[in-house]
Ligand binder design. Structure first.
Ligand code: CA
Length: 361
C-alpha cells in the first residue's frame, strides 16, 4: 500500500510540474516601489527590512529590490505600478488611492478613528483585512498591513493658531479625510508627496503642513521652515501603511515563499510602529531643546470643530458606495466596542499613571 501511495503521490507531483508550477529551487527577483524617499527613517525602513528578511528566510530564493519614490515610478503611482505589474510589490498608504477607490481611506487613517493598536486588532481579528482585500480585488492587488505611525502630530504652522478663525485662508498640505475636514474649516488643501514638503513650506507656497511625527519631521528639517509645532494629530490617530502585491506575482510563488513573505510583512508591521514609538520621543526633545521649536496644543475649539466636521465627512464617505458602507459598518462597530473597553483599560491606565495630564503648556 505504501508503495502505491508513493507512486500516486509522485504522479501527482509530475502533474503539478507539468502544469508549470514553481519549483522549490526557483528564484524570484522582485521590484518593490514605495511612496517614500529611499531609506527614509521609520516608514522607509519597513520595506528595506522586509527585503532583507525575505532574502534571509528564503535563502535567497526571493530577492526584493526596493525603490524610493521617483526612482522607478513617482510616489503617487505605486498602486498603478503594482496593479499593472510594472513592480511586483509596493509599500505605501491607502489614502493616496482615494481617486480610484474612495473607501480605501478607511484603511489608512480616519479622523478621530482607531489608533494603531485598535487598527491592528480590527484588521487581523475583526474582519478588516478581508474587506481591504475585497476592495483591492478589482485592481488585481493583494494587501497586507505593513507598519503604523502611531498617533501623528497636528502639524507645522508658520503662525500661531488660537482659534478656528486663525485657520481661515491658510494653505496646508494634509492628505486624506483630515484634509477634507480642514478644507471645510477654511483651509486650502494642497496635496504633494513627502519629498516636496520642505521646499513648499520654506518658499511660502504653503503656510502649514502635517507630515508624520517628530522622528520624520526632524529628518525633513521642517523646523527650519515653520516655528510652531501643533498636537495632537486628530486627523491621523495612526496611519496604517500597506504592503501591496500584484495578485499574479503572488500566485506565481510556491506556497513556502508566500508564507515567508506574509510572515516577514507581519514582522515589519510591528517593527515600524516600535521604531516610531522609540524614536519620536528623542526627536521631540531635540526639536524643543536644540532647535527652539514652539510646541503647542491645538485649541479646544479647533479640536471640537474638527471632530464635528469629521463625523460628517466620514458619514459622507460611508454613503459613497455599497462597499464603503460595508467597510464603514465594520470599522465603526469595531471602534465602538474597542473604545468602550479601552476607556476602562488603556485610557483609565494613562489617567492613573499621569493624573496631571498634559503638563507641557
Ligand atoms: Ca501624516
Amino acid at each position: 500500500m505504501q508503495s502505491k501511495a508513493l507512486v500516486m503521490a509522485m504522479a501527482g507531483v509530475g502533474l503539478t510540474l507539468a502544469a508549470g508550477s514553481a519549483q522549490a529551487q526557483d528564484t524570484f527577483e522582485w521590484k518593490l516601489v514605495t511612496s517614500w524617499p529611499k531609506n527614509f527613517p521609520g516608514v522607509g525602513q519597513g520595506p528595506e527590512r522586509l527585503a532583507k528578511l525575505v532574502e534571509e528566510m528564503s535563502d535567497g530564493r526571493l530577492q526584493i529590490e526596493v525603490f524610493g519614490a521617483g526612482q522607478l515610478v513617482p510616489g503617487f503611482e505605486v498602486f498603478d505600478a503594482v496593479s499593472e505589474g510594472t513592480a511586483e510589490m509596493g509599500h505605501s498608504a491607502s489614502y493616496y488611492w482615494k481617486g480610484k477607490a474612495p473607501a480605501a481611506q478607511f484603511f489608512a487613517a480616519v479622523p478621530f478613528g482607531m489608533n494603531a493598536q485598535e487598527m491592528n486588532a480590527w484588521l487581523h481579528y475583526g474582519g478588516g483585512l478581508e474587506l481591504w482585500n475585497e476592495l483591492y480585488d478589482d485592481f488585481g492587488v493583494d494587501v497586507m498591513a505593513a507598519g503604523a505611525s502611531g498617533v501623528q502630530m497636528g502639524g507645522w504652522y508658520n503662525k500661531e493658531i488660537n482659534s478656528v478663525d486663525d485657520l481661515d485662508g491658510l494653505k496646508m498640505r494634509m492628505p486624506g479625510l483630515g484634509g477634507e475636514v480642514m478644507n471645510r474649516m477654511g483651509v486650502a488643501i494642497v496635496n504633494m508627496p513627502g519629498g516636496e514638503i520642505f521646499t513648499s513650506l520654506q518658499s511660502g507656497a504653503i503656510d502649514a503642513t502635517e507630515w508624520i511625527g517628530p522622528y520624520n519631521d526632524l529628518a525633513f528639517g521642517l523646523h527650519q521652515a515653520a516655528d510652531y509645532y501643533y498636537y495632537p494629530g486628530w486627523h491621523e490617530p495612526t496611519v496604517m501603511f500597506e504592503a501591496i502585491v500584484n495578485e499574479e506575482a503572488m500566485a506565481s510563488l510556491p506556497a513556502d515563499l508566500q508564507a515567508i513573505l506574509r510572515t516577514a510583512v507581519r514582522d515589519v508591521n510591528q517593527d515600524v510602529l516600535d521604531e516610531y514609538t522609540a524614536r519620536n520621543n528623542d526627536a521631540l526633545q531635540t526639536l524643543i531643546n536644540e532647535h527652539d521649536v514652539e510646541l503647542r496644543r491645538l485649541p479646544d475649539d479647533v479640536l471640537a470643530k474638527a471632530k464635528e466636521i469629521s463625523a460628517d465627512v466620514v458619514a459622507e464617505l460611508a454613503e459613497s458606495s455599497d462597499m464603503a458602507s460595508k467597510i464603514y459598518d465594520s470599522y465603526s462597530a469595531f471602534q465602538d466596542k474597542v473604545e468602550s473597553y479601552h476607556a476602562i483599560s488603556e485610557q483609565a491606565y494613562y489617567n492613573a499613571r499621569n493624573p496631571d495630564g498634559d503638563t507641557t503648556q
